[in-house]
Ligand binder design. Structure first.
Ligand code: ADP
Ligand code: MG
Length: 696
């Protein structure tokens, strides 16, 4: 049986753009057992030939048939079993793992075959005994001498009982005593196995070899002719097995060796995960905060409605647009399906929103007067009172918000303020003698601040809430002297408001809508955006602020969302780059493992488990940190926005799944970690095999 057949093997290297032929045309078939020595001058191509046989280097052309199969066509599994069962290599410079003990080194390939550690050790100890080096079993390789290392390297190669043993200069670095002993060992092994050895020691070669192959000028000068009959030989199949349990040997050591890299990965994952958690928390929390914010404003209960009219300019194709007061019926019919709506006259020309007041001799004009249907806050808003109490529905009491209270250095609760306003009216008589009757309403009314409320402070202005009913009754008591005189009857400012033209300034060009309770508010405001009567227009200052807040929050959320995705991709890149760099840093060890028979998959696993450990640890801690961060940031934000949970990381339930966020996030993390760890390594695999294993 001939396990190795070489056919027209050619190997050239290109150095400085010049082709350098090392092997010209080598055809050989090796015997099944015995010690075959390859000799030749230094640089003649001996190691190159051996490396091609061991699958470490690829020939430029020609084929190497191992048991009838071209080894250059092997896939990862075949390549692994070729090394595990077929051809084992003893490297000139041993290529042992210095940090492992001699025993751990020797059992490694056997362990790769899936044999239990105990059985591997049993077999290995017998081998150590056969070479009488059992005293070395537990020594770290880095403490062994050259001769000892060479013996350990031979044991590691023979423990799997391979078909072929490939040895490059096994005695190259040893003294003559050691050299003879090693040759003795190889000769003994060659009784049952094919041993192919490279050597330049003529004496030893002629003494121990069964066959000698000489390489000269890229050609074989002495060798064996290929026996054509042997091409169609069938080989008894060996039972092939493989297990990746060997990686346990390296896991802990790798983790320790890579501690700097792991700490860096850990910290970047930690920072990244915490920010992703906080972003998600903000997305969820701000959405909820919006509906909370809407309810935290008393003025949400009223809105004004105006009507747009187009006026044709006579003798001209032009029209202009003007805003007028709609009739109460028009507004009523627009919103008739709403049970909690009342439509009222707008008093704001007389109780102007831009008026002034005096509190303890301190004047103030930087506030708004807002009417409330019910100042007793029976239906909504009582929870907003932070101090004092709701008022009563007459024009003697008011409620103010904190923004208003802050305008004064003293405490305003239960203080009296003097509300001042002046409004003039011009009644059109259509009478040339008195075309206009002018009247003036001068209000100077003392009111008591009964309560202070805390509203959603975003863009909120100082406000005084007064009772609409109270103000209406008050206006009904205010007589218009001149007009009463002209009309010769009692005529109040309230009467004027009702009777005046819809485009009279006193009408405020609008009517008021009050929501009696807020249960219909969402429905009302969404309806207000698309009215059936296109000439009507609803404006609500509170709603505008809320819309602004919503837009702001949602664009901020979107930005945060994109940010967290970028952060997440960033973490993965860092992870991938770090594991790639440690993969490349470890390429010598990886090359050795590949040559011993370790599959790519197991090598990836080794890096993967390390990354999983770091990432999962960072993930677990980031949950705690994010929770901590949330409880730290929320009180700060609640001071700013008066919203209790602006960040609300949905740890307990997400998308209806219990612990959904943690589970989904963990799955994504494991998936991307796998991807970003493996892809860069897969790109570089095998690219450095011959480079790292060439013994110079
Ligand atoms: P030997 O083992 O017989 O001393 P080698 O097989 O190591 O010789 O090398 C044969 C020739 O190939 C040498 O001239 C060496 O410089 C050249 N060689 C080996 N590897 C490379 C390489 N990777 N790139 C370029 N030339 C190489
Ligand atoms: Mg060499």
């Amino acid at each position: 049986m001939s396990v190795f057949i070489l056919q027209n093997l050619r190997k050239t290297y290109v150095v400085n753009k010049k082709e350098h032929i090392v092997l010209k045309d080598v055809s050989l078939s090796f015997p099944d057992k015995g010690l075959v020595s390859i000799v030749g001058k230094s640089g003649s191509g001996k190691s190159t030939l051996l490396n091609i046989l061991g699958g470490i280097e690829k020939p430029t052309s020609g084929r190497v048939l191992f048991k009838g199969k071209d080894i250059s066509k092997f896939n990862d599994r075949q390549f692994s079993s070729f090394h595990l069962h077929g051809a084992a290599t003893v490297f000139q410079h041993y290529n042992l793992f210095d940090d492992l003990t001699a025993l751990e080194n020797v059992i490694l390939p056997l362990n790769m075959q899936g044999i239990s550690k105990a059985k591997c050790e049993e077999k290995a100890i017998d081998l150590f005994k056969s070479l009488k080096i059992e005293n070395l079993i537990n020594s770290k390789v880095k403490n062994l001498s050259g001769g000892e290392r060479q013996r350990v390297a031979i044991l590691r190669a023979v423990i799997t009982e391979p078909d072929v043993l490939l040895c490059d200069e096994p005695t190259g670095a040893l003294d003559s005593q050691n050299s003879r002993e090693i040759m003795g060992i190889l000769a003994k092994i060659s009784k049952n196995t094919l041993v192919i050895m490279v050597s330049h020691n003529q004496n030893l070669v002629s003494e121990f070899s069964d066959h000698i192959i000489r390489i000269q000028d890229g050609l074989i000068s002495e060798g064996f002719k290929i026996d054509k009959d042997r091409f169609n030989e069938t080989f008894t199949k060996r039972k092939l097995s493989y297990s990746s349990s060997w990686i346990r040997l390296f896991l802990f050591k790798n983790f320790k060796n890579n501690i700097g890299k792991n700490i860096f990965t850990f910290i970047s994952c930690l920072v990244g995960f915490v920010s992703v958690f906080l972003c998600v928390g903000f997305l969820v929390g701000s959405e909820k905060s919006y509906s909370e914010a809407v309810k935290k404003n008393l003025s949400i209960g009223n809105a004004s409605v105006s009507k747009i009219e187009f006026v044709v300019i006579s003798d001209s194709p032009l029209t202009y647009q003007k805003t007028v007061r709609p009739s109460l019926q028009e507004v009523d019919s627009e919103f008739k399906e709403f049970s909690t709506i009342t439509v009222e006259e707008n008093l704001s020309y007389f109780i102007s929103s831009s008026c002034s007041c005096v509190l303890n001799d301190k004047p103030c004009s930087d506030f708004q007067m807002v009417p409330l249907l019910d100042l007793t806050l029976k239906n909504y808003g009582s929870d907003l009172i932070v101090r004092g109490s709701a008022g009563s529905n007459n024009f003697d009491e008011v409620i103010v918000n904190e923004e208003f209270a802050k305008l004064f250095s003293e405490d305003v609760l239960n203080k009296e303020l003097i509300f001042k306003n002046t409004a003039t009216t011009n009644y059109k008589t259509y009478d040339n003698t008195y075309p206009f009757i002018e009247d003036e309403l001068i209000i100077e009314k003392t009111m008591k601040i009964t309560g202070i409320i805390r509203e959603f402070p975003f863009l909120n202005s100082p406000k005084i809430y007064y009772s609409y009913g109270g103000a209406k009754s008050f206006l009904k008591t205010q007589n218009m002297e001149n007009l009463s005189h002209y009309l010769n009857k009692e005529y109040t400012f309230y009467d004027y408001l009702i009777d005046c033209e819809n485009d009279d300034i006193a009408s405020s060009y609008s009517s008021l809508i009050f929501l009696k309770d807020l249960s219909e508010s969402e429905k009302f405001f969404s309806r207000a955006k698309k009215l059936k009567n296109k000439t009507l227009e609803v404006t609500s200052q509170a709603l505008e602020v809320k819309e602004t807040y919503k837009t702001l929050i949602s664009s901020f959320s979107k930005t945060l969302f994109i940010f967290s995705i970028i952060v997440f991709i960033g973490i993965n890149f860092i992870l991938g780059m770090i594991s790639l760099s440690s993969y490349l840093q470890n390429r010598k060890n990886i090359a050795i493992i590949t040559c011993l028979g370790g599959r790519n998959g197991s090598i990836y696993e080794l890096s993967l488990y390390e990354n999983y450990l770091v990432v999962i640890l960072a993930f677990a801690i980031s949950i705690g940190l994010a929770y901590f961060g949330q409880s730290l940031i929320n009180p700060l934000l609640s001071k700013q926005f008066a919203l209790s949970n602006l960040i609300e990381i949905p740890f307990l339930s997400f998308l209806g799944i219990r612990f959904g966020l943690i589970l989904i996030f963990l799955l994504i993390i494991l998936f991307t970690t796998t991807l970003f760890t493996i892809i860069p390594m897969a790109i570089y695999r095998h690219s450095f095999l011959s480079e790292e294993l060439r013994d110079e």
